[in-house]
Each structure stands twice: as structure tokens, then as C-alpha cells.
Design a protein around this ligand. Sequence first.
Ligand code: ATP
Length: 315
Amino acid sequence: MSSSPPAVSLPALRFDNVTKTYRGGQVRALGGVSFEIAQGEFFGLLGPNGAGKTTLISILAGLAKATSGSVSVHGHDVVGDYAAARRALGVVPQELVFDPFFSVRETLRIQSGYFGVRNNEAWIDELLENLGLADKANANMRQLSGGMKRRVLVAQALVHRPPVIVLDEPTAGVDVELRQTLWQFVARLNKEGHTVLLTTHYLEEAEALCGRIAMLKQGRIVALDRTSALLAGTASTMLRFKLDQALPAGLAERARVTGRIVQVKAHDAAEVEQILAALRAAGCQIEDLEIGRADLEDVFLEIMQSEPAAAEARS
Ligand SMILES: Nc1ncnc2c1ncn2[C@@H]1O[C@H](COP(=O)(O)OP(=O)(O)OP(=O)(O)O)[C@@H](O)[C@H]1O
């Protein structure tokens, strides 16, 4: 049996100066990533495409090897103590890979066997029920829609009741119903003490769910803080409106434009007035004006645009 100190004093996950290069050092996916996630946290890992999120999760799950540095799960090194580290983890991968010949229930039984868990039917039933899969238990994997397969991926990751749950973009391309079902269930597991590490491009989800967030850019952490602190640390007001014509010079370079929707940041009421005056002076006909608080997407864009990739983590 292990002689480690009581589990509660150990971080759930620890990344210590993790680097990863590909193609003989030509591609640097991770450039020295260090942070810890405490047991029971709901933690978000955000970053643009290619930032290194999946690489970090692959190293954590033992699917890729770090070029240098180390990663541990509840104190178990993912290389030196692979079996124990892997047992403590439930990883929901991005890609849907299944054996098409097994039914949903058989798939979950096989996965239980892989982790040496016997007599797991009650928990498998609970997973099927909570993930809206109960009526698909005997369906073959190849008969399921993409969204249903994704539910099975989640069930598969949780079959051995891991204390740490890792979700790599679990809601990419899935419908609203599954997102709600999934978040309800994951939030319940988190309340019951499971640690959750989530990567997502849906920043609204990260803002609603995660207590702390790290942002990766080009393989380095450029922000790491409580979600509330990240939100508080940015300009507090956003003007949002619709516009069918070009923005006047001076506003165009400060604005975020998505189709007809324009968003401009303002630091205070005087700046709001200046922006509206500039629009009026340029003869812009704006519609559906809203003045609201900056959200995580605004914070994310601000950090990604301003932080040099080589910046060290703020914690
Ligand atoms: N097997 C590989 N060979 C070469 N380069 C790779 C390999 N896997 C990843 N990379 C590179 O490493 C970097 C990080 O990729 P990674 O997939 O970890 O990013 P990500 O943050 O998960 O992106 P996304 O949001 O698109 O999933 C990218 O530049 C990518 O091209």
C-alpha cells in the first residue's frame, strides 16, 4: 500500500515545467508549463487553436510523452507511476473512436474490465440514466448519432469513478440538450468532490462553470487566475450594437466586428458618450444598442492580443 501523505494535501494535478517539441525540435507545442489544480476544483484551460491544450492533456493521459518536465495526478507521476495516475483520471477525448461491433453497455463493461472494476452494473446504469443513454444501452455503437457517441465517451471516461475528470472540448458540435445534460451531471460530480479540468472554445461555458482559468498561448501560460478576478481585471463596459455601414476611423481599430454586430470597449461613462458622439458625427445609424459588462470572451481576446507568448504565468 502507498505510504503517501493524506490525499487531501496533494494537488489533483501538477504540471511542472512541461515542454513538448515535435519534428526534432522544429515545432514547440509547449514551452515550459507549470501550474497546479487543487482537489475539488473546476478548472478551465483555454487557448486559441494550436495553443497546446490537447498536447498537455495527451501528456497527462499518457498518450504522449513530454520532452521535459513532469506531470502528476494525485501525486502519481504519469510516466513513473502510470497505472495509478491513469486510474485516478477519467479522460473524455476530443475524437470519437469506438469499436463499432459492441453495444453501449458492452463498451462500458469492457472499459470497466480494463480498469479492473468488477460488479459495475449499478454505476453503469446510473451513468446511462444521467447521460440520457438508458434507451440506447443495447444499441450497437455504429447505430448511434455523433452526439450519442459523445455521451458514451463521457460514460466510458467515468466508468471507474475517477477522482479527476478531464474533458477536452466535450461540447464541440453537440446540441443544446446534450450540453445541458452533460454540464448538470459534471457539476454534480464536481459538487461531490471530483476535480474537473475542462478545455473548451465556448467561453460562456467556461465563465459559468470554472472557478479558475488558465489561458495558453503558443505553448505558454499567459494568464492564470480565479474567473472572477480575470473578469474584474478588464475594462468593465462593452457597447454592443448593430451597424450596416463602415465604422468611422478611430473606432474601427478598437472594435470587434462579427457580421453586423459591433462591440467596443469603454472604460467609463464619458468614454461611452465619446463613442456614441463619434458614431453620430459620422452619420452611423446604429440599432439594438446594449451597454453591458465585459465577459470572458472580451477578457480572452484582450489577453491574447496583448500578452507576448513568452510571458510568465500570473497567478
Ligand atoms: N503530432 C504532431 N506533430 C507535429 N506537430 C504537432 C503534433 N501535434 C500537435 N502539433 C502542434 O503542436 C501545437 C499545439 O497543438 P495542440 O493540438 O496541442 O493545440 P490545441 O490548443 O489543442 O488546439 P485546438 O484548439 O485546435 O485543439 C500546434 O502547433 C500543432 O500544430
